[in-house]
Write a protein that binds this ligand. Structure first.
Ligand SMILES: *Cc1c(COP(=O)(O)O)cnc(C)c1O
Length: 428
């Protein structure tokens, strides 16, 4: 395929935007080469600036669960835009989407809307700290909760007690309040809690991890976290920015039957517009301003266009609950096809999958946490990525990312993808 215009656009972008992108993963650093500039998208397909058609497995990193430019969502936004795009005053649609979200998700009474997943997680942690009057938080290596300071902490030796900043600009003070645990390792979490007795406000986790490939929780892990939190007066935050309204109508709480104290959302809840949200039981949410002392605000929070897109999206998902099974079926079909193609070509691989999330790892063995995800062979992944791209298939440009299946994908699209894997596998 030819990417002349994309490369020219990238060169121009780099002069005025750091790295030419407004979010780093878009720059293709992990796989090499110039990123592709998209012109438009419809259903399961992207059309780039050079006129190539690509089958899309990123789907804006999750939001486009029903495909690009889904008519009910587009129409809702267009109609809303005609009536004014922002007021900084309350609107009825905010209550409508809040009522719907609260009715779909277990265990939450109230929800507040913000503009991104980052903001949702940042606010959820502040709320947890304000509610418990404790400072420290536990996060898991390899889990992503947005780019706010408390979350940009990576695992390293000695990290059990004191996190070390992994981005310049995060202060040591902030890092010290973030304790790192190993995903799927309950004993590790328990040790951290006991050595920081009475100091931990919350545990924040992707209940099905999606930012180190797709890593489902092992049996008993989430249940164990719930029990530890109850025992030690710690709030459990499920970051469902990726999994919410994707793995089930009520997210992982419903799918796996474990209750969280605070839940965060993003991606699907905005239908492709900038939306995040956090939600909890009434007694916790009532600690937020203006009812309570924990401050949180936003000029564009609950923006009418964003709410219209989100409401249209959630309504579609709520009215067609067969969608989650259909997505899981398609993902399983893809999994089986890819596994077969790789096996026939003797490519050592691991495929992780849950619902409509799937990731392919090369030479990694079992992938259950950040360290085992990092065992993957990046050189093979790079070749695989570019091979797939040459065959018109757009997967995430990093071995640490999950692929997102959209309902717009047909079985013909999946067959085309599997055929591409078959071809590319011969070159790995
Ligand atoms: C994408 C993501 C975020 C951050 O959301 P943004 O809208 O990019 O700020 C937080 N948590 C998880 C689990 C995510 O996948």
């Amino acid at each position: 395929m030819i990417y002349k215009r994309s490369s020219a656009l990238f060169a121009a972008a780099q002069k005025v935007i750091p790295g030419g992108v407004n979010s780093p993963v878009r720059a293709f650093k992990a796989v090499g080469g110039d990123p592709i500039f998209v012109k438009e998208a419809k259903g399961a397909y992207l059309y780039d600036e050079d006129g190539n058609r690509l089958i899309d497995y990123i789907n804006s990193w999750g939001p486009m669960i029903l495909g690009h430019a889904h008519p009910p969502v587009v129409n809702a936004v267009v109609e809303k835009a005609k009536k004014g795009t922002s007021f900084g005053m309350p609107t009825e649609i905010e209550t409508q989407i809040a009522e719907l979200a609260v009715s779909m998700v277990p265990n939450i009474d109230k929800i507040r809307f913000v503009n991104s997943g980052t903001e949702a997680c940042m606010s959820a942690v502040r709320l947890a700290r304000g509610y418990t009057q404790k400072d420290k938080i536990i996060k898991f290596a390899g889990c992503y909760h947005g780019h706010s300071d408390s979350f940009l902490i990576q695992a390293g030796s000695g990290a059990v007690t004191f996190g070390s900043p992994n981005s310049p600009g995060v202060t040591k003070g902030t890092a010290q309040d973030t304790l790192l645990a190993r995903y799927n390792d309950l004993d590790h979490v328990e040790r951290i809690i006991t050595s920081n007795k009475g100091e931990i406000a919350c545990i924040i986790i992707e209940p099905v991890a999606g930012n180190m490939g797709c890593i489902p929780p092992v049996k008993g892990f989430l249940e164990g976290l719930r029990a530890l939190c109850d025992e030690h007066d710690v709030l459990l935050i499920f970051d469902e920015v990726m999994t919410g309204f994707r793995l089930a109508r009520g997210g992982v709480q419903e799918l796996l039957g474990v209750d969280a104290d605070i839940v965060t959302f993003g991606k699907v809840i905005g239908g492709g517009l900038p939306v995040g949200a956090f939600a909890a039981r009434e007694e916790i949410m009532n600690h937020l301003a203006p009812l309570g002392p924990v401050y949180q605000a936003g000029t564009l929070s609950g923006n009418p266009l964003a709410m219209a897109a989100g409401l249209a999206m959630l309504t579609e998902l709520n009215n067609n609950q067969g969608i989650f099974t259909s997505l899981a079926d398609k993902t399983e079909y893809l999994h089986t096809g890819i596994a077969k193609a790789l096996k026939e070509n003797n490519i050592t691989h691991t495929i992780n999958r849950l619902g409509s999330m799937i990731s392919v790892h090369f030479d990694a063995g079992a992938v259950v946490d950040f360290d085992t995800a990092a065992n993957g062979n990046n050189e093979t992944f790079k070749k695989f990525f570019h091979g797939m791209l040459d065959n018109g298939i757009y997967i995430a440009p990093s071995a640490f990312e999950t692929w997102f299946i959209t309902e717009a994908l047909t079985y013909e699209d999946l067959d085309e993808t599997i055929a591409a894997v078959q071809k590319v596998a011969k070159t790995l």
